[in-house]
Design a protein around this ligand. Structure first.
Ligand code: GAL
Length: 671
């Protein structure tokens, strides 16, 4: 378990570097990420390199006992490169061409820029790949920051027909998949197919879903060029990328293939301000962030890479940890005292191997001059420095085994399903991540550890598997879910599961290939207006656990149970009174529940508690704002509230543990 910091030696006089490095070490930091925006200083003119300063920076940091994460500087191509390749500048989906003067100003599909970025990555790896201070690599920086994954420039447009051809083989297959007979949209060749961005009516859903896939793939093609250059030149050093919070445009599961570790950038306060949580919740957590919003990203990225056989997870880090105020949210409060230390503990409790603060010293100019660092502008300590030092001391006093155990519950998530919801929400409230985050929050409030995984992962060993919405379904998906049931798991399929084929044509009868598992067919679907809700009346035998009724909003699949499927709840909505809403199908010792509607949080809480109880999984009712993570015989309680609390861990074999306001507390617990 280590702490680190992001550092920009090129911003500061060389005379201050040694002292900076010594202060980092004195704070208890052991990793330092550098380089990711420094192209104009590394190569000030085409082919003229100035390695001297970077050599001295790497040597100096290494001599101080720090390990370097070397970032490739390709998120910020210098002016001369843009002048040489003017058509590398990106064009947004609205057709607007972006200019030089910020960052991320490139088209992922541009062949010349792919070559240039692979070349600078190779140059850096040639020079530092075997340097003893260099311990890891970061490729580029936050793909997609500033909304740059989904583009429409000339290179992107040119790459689209070839991508379609690779996917479909023959144009007839595309016409069939997108059902282009509708509205005379038929194509005679791949070259005729435009990006589905500027049709007068919405473009075909299949086309839009494919565009989302294509845009993500363009990033991956670009990215893999750099990985291929670095890998042979830097043996044994993990290669990673710093992914973004709640960023769905790039498929992180696909990104993870070929990486050794995944990292993400954790900015709890900005994340809260940008979230769709209600205003009163935002006000309550304004200075700490919401624990579950943060933790969802930890659990998503921890599960993003396919682990080696026998290992539950591959390494994940927090590459950028908010150290104080940020500059980019609509409003940017100072974190509560203790929040930076708490976020650090929370990340480690979720299995992070390294937590690295962004940034060492506040910038004295340019776009991020209002963003805090561990040090203030004048190099005096800011809140972040003392809290990072405190976290380092905590962790060295009581090291935590970072190989986090497998969670109590698997929550299935795929980017394709997120994209399908964006393409065809059908109900205004069907918003981005909310279908996955709502049940996640309910599970976390019960003290359960949750692994957010794609459904093709090995699910054996999980007693409860929750699939909030596996919207696109084919036989392969049905087969992998059936394997989980074979092991005796309870699988819950949420609303819209099995609505579409992978090409986004509807299944003639949902849930398509999932029907054997679920034992239901979907009749009609209801989309509810924002702010309106209805109720599921629960069958008498479940009222002691689920209550009289479960409130729902946004969506309802009207279920038609097959013979032998048990009904646990029926809609109490005038428009379809008495139709099945919650059903169970048994398969040997495995069970498949189908939940047709999007439950409100309280309903999710009750349902999750019932499933856990039936599966013999212990739960607790944690106080609001308090969360628990368990691993390797330790429990970490995280209190995001403003008052101390005492939490009873007896359900998990522990005792009563007091945890101060805005703080974490660790306790021994049987594993
Ligand atoms: C991240 C980015 C950093 C910095 C930071 C500010 O998105 O990777 O370079 O801009 O935000 O919070």
């Amino acid at each position: 378990m280590h702490l680190g910091v992001c550092y920009y030696p090129e911003h500061w006089p060389e005379s201050t570097w040694a002292e900076d490095a010594a202060r980092m070490r004195a704070t208890g930091l052991t990793w330092v990420r550098i380089g990711e925006f420094a192209w104009s200083r590394i190569e000030p003119e085409p082919g003229r390199y100035d390695w001297g300063w970077l050599d001295r920076a790497v040597d100096g940091l290494g001599a101080a006992g720090l390990r370097v994460v070397m970032g490739t500087p390709t998120a910020t191509p210098p002016r001369w490169l843009v002048d040489a390749l003017p058509d590398m500048l990106p064009v947004g989906r609205d057709g607007r061409r972006f200019e030089f003067g910020g960052r991320r100003h490139y088209d992922f599909a541009h062949a010349g820029y792919r070559d240039a970025s692979a070349r600078i990555a190779a140059d850096l790896a040639e020079r530092y790949g075997r340097h003893e201070a260099v311990g890891a690599w970061q490729i580029d920086n936050e793909y997609g920051c500033h909304d740059t994954v989904r583009q429409a420039g000339p290179a992107t447009r040119a790459a689209w027909p070839g991508w379609l051809e690779r996917r479909y083989g023959a144009i007839e297959a595309l016409n069939d998949a997108w059902w282009t007979v509708f509205w005379s949209m038929e194509y005679g060749s791949f070259d005729e197919v435009p990006l589905p961005l500027h049709a007068i009516a919405e473009a075909a859903p299949g086309a839009r879903l494919d565009y989302a896939r294509f845009a993500s793939d363009m990033v991956l093609e670009y990215h893999r060029r750099q990985v291929a250059e670095i890998r042979p030149r830097s043996p044994g050093r993990p290669i990673t990328h710093n992914a973004m919070l709640y960023f769905g445009d790039l498929d992180a599961h696909a990104l993870g293939r070929g990486l050794d570790a995944i990292t993400w950038d954790n900015y709890p306060l900005g994340m809260l301000e940008q979230s769709p949580l209600p205003d009163d919740v935002k006000a309550r957590f304004a200075r700490t962030g919401h624990p579950d919003l943060i933790a969802f990203n930890h659990d998503l990225y921890r599960g993003a890479l396919t682990p080696q056989a026998g290992e539950p997870f591959t390494p994940f880090w927090v590459m950028e940890q908010q150290p104080g105020q940020v500059n980019w949210a609509p409003t940017n409060p100072i974190p509560a005292p203790g929040a930076v230390r708490l976020w650090t503990h929370q990340a480690i409790a979720h299995g992070a191997e390294v937590v690295s603060y962004f940034r060492w010293r506040a910038a004295v100019g340019a776009q991020e001059q209002m963003h805090a660092g561990l040090l203030r502008h004048d190099r005096t300590p800011d809140q972040g420095l003392s809290e990072a030092a405190a976290a380092a001391a905590d962790l060295s006093a009581a090291p935590v085994p970072h190989a986090r155990r497998r969670g109590d519950v698997a929550l299935l998530f795929r980017y394709d399903d997120l994209w399908a919801g964006q393409v065809q929400p059908h109900a205004e409230g069907w918003r981005d991540w909310a279908p996955w985050v709502t049940p996640y929050m309910a599970l976390r409030a019960l003290g359960l550890d949750v692994d957010v995984l794609p459904p093709d992962r090995d699910l054996s060993g999980y007693r409860v598997v929750i699939a909030p919405s596996l919207t696109l379904a084919d036989d392969a998906l049905a087969a992998s879910l059936a394997r989980a049931l074979d092991g005796g798991a309870t699988l819950l399929l949420g609303p819209r599961s099995g609505a579409y084929r992978p090409d986004m044509r509807v299944h003639e009868r949902a849930p398509g290939p999932l029907a054997t598992l679920s034992g239901v067919r979907v009749g009609r679907v209801d989309a509810l207006r924002p702010g309106s809700g209805e109720r599921i009346a629960v069958e008498p035998e479940f009222r002691s656990t689920l209550g009289e009724g479960l409130e729902y909003h946004t969506w309802a699949d009207l279920l038609e149970p097959a013979d032998g499927t048990e009904v646990w709840g029926r809609y109490a909505c005038d428009a379809y009174e008495g139709v099945a809403a919650l059903t169970l199908r048994r398969h040997g010792s495995g069970r498949c529940l189908t939940l047709g509607a999007w439950l409100a949080p309280e309903g999710w809480g009750r349902l999750a508690a019932l499933l856990a109880a039936q599966a013999g999984i212990a739960v607790a009712q944690l106080p609001d704002g308090v969360r628990l993570s368990r691993s390797g015989g330790r429990a970490c309680l995280q209190n995001f509230g403003t008052a101390p609390v005492t939490v009873d861990l007896t359900p998990f074999g522990g005792g009563r543990v007091r945890v101060e306001a805005v703080a974490a507390a660790w306790a021994e617990l049987p594993d």
